[in-house]
Design a protein around this ligand. Structure first.
Ligand SMILES: [Mg+2]
Length: 270
């Protein structure tokens, strides 16, 4: 039989061990800290502005070139993704820094409702230019239908054209956008696609490991900057899922490890 003071000592030891384990555990809050420099880049660098303008200048040149040689009978359309292609949600991502939780629809809903996302530099001008040229825009986003009305308000306030049910194809069933691209392609000639995630262009990138995603991008290298205009998103995306081998449910410590394991390091002993 243990004496009372031995029991007390054991209880204290258990408590101290638990406190140490909890204190040392890598949390979601710690993981969110890793986004700070990427957020700084999106929010403060003039380079981000310049790249955005560069992409929309390229889109305009390519659209002009397409229209100059197009003689088909179908009306012409451009397809664009929404988040991080035409709207900047970095303030939402910054809100996660210092919190012990990641993205969820519980906080994303109020963010959409607050309509505080900014337009990506050059976006509003480009889509209105396309409209002037008789080109319709279709917004294909994996935002859930629950957020459609909030998104409409946001895009209207920012000055985007074609903000209506016909032109906004949000996610109903699959996150694969091909079915929705096919709906547009039935009645329209698609001049351009714009997105920050390679699934915004083709489905071949879905759920592929890191090397295969890159190999698929290499196969169609002539399309980038031509029919396909890609926007930089260092904050999140399927590239991140590829690091986790699709295991988005992994804990923060495991994600931290997978991120660090994915680094190519210079093997040097200073
Ligand atoms: Mg996006």
């Amino acid at each position: 039989m243990m004496k009372i003071n031995e029991k007390f000592k054991l209880a204290v030891m258990v408590l101290v061990t638990l406190a140490l384990i909890t204190g040392c555990a890598y949390t979601t809050k710690d993981l969110n800290e890793q986004s700070v420099l990427a957020l700084n880049w999106v929010q403060t660098s003039a380079e981000f502005h310049a790249i955005s303008y560069q992409n929309y200048n390229l889109a305009k040149m390519n659209l002009d070139r397409f229209l100059a040689s197009y003689s088909g009978s179908k009306p012409v359309a451009v397809i664009t993704d929404m988040d991080e292609t035409i709207t900047d949600n970095s303030a939402y991502q910054s809100f996660l820094v210092g919190q012990d939780f990641g993205y969820s629809s519980k906080t994303w809903g109020p963010w959409i409702a607050a309509a505080q996302a900014k337009a990506i530099p050059g976006a509003v001008e480009f889509f209105n230019y396309a409209k002037q040229k008789g080109v319709e825009t279709f917004y294909i986003s994996n935002t859930k239908m629950d957020f459609l009305e909030g998104a409409k308000k946001k895009l209207t306030a920012l000055g985007f054209p074609y903000v209506d049910d016909k032109h906004m194809l949000f996610q109903t069933k699959s996150s694969d956008k091909q079915e929705r691209r096919d709906i547009v392609a039935k009645d329209y000639e698609i001049a351009l696609l714009l997105g920050d995630n390679l699934n915004d262009f083709l489905s071949v990138f879905a759920k592929k490991p890191i090397a295969e995603r890159s190999a698929e991008a290499d196969k169609i290298k002539a399309e980038w900057g031509n029919k396909f205009i890609v926007f930089p998103n260092p904050l999140y995306g399927d590239w991140e899922g590829a690091i986790y081998k699709g295991n988005w449910g992994a804990g923060p410590a495991e994600k931290d490890k997978m991120r660090k394991d994915a680094l190519e390091r210079w093997d040097y002993k200073p």
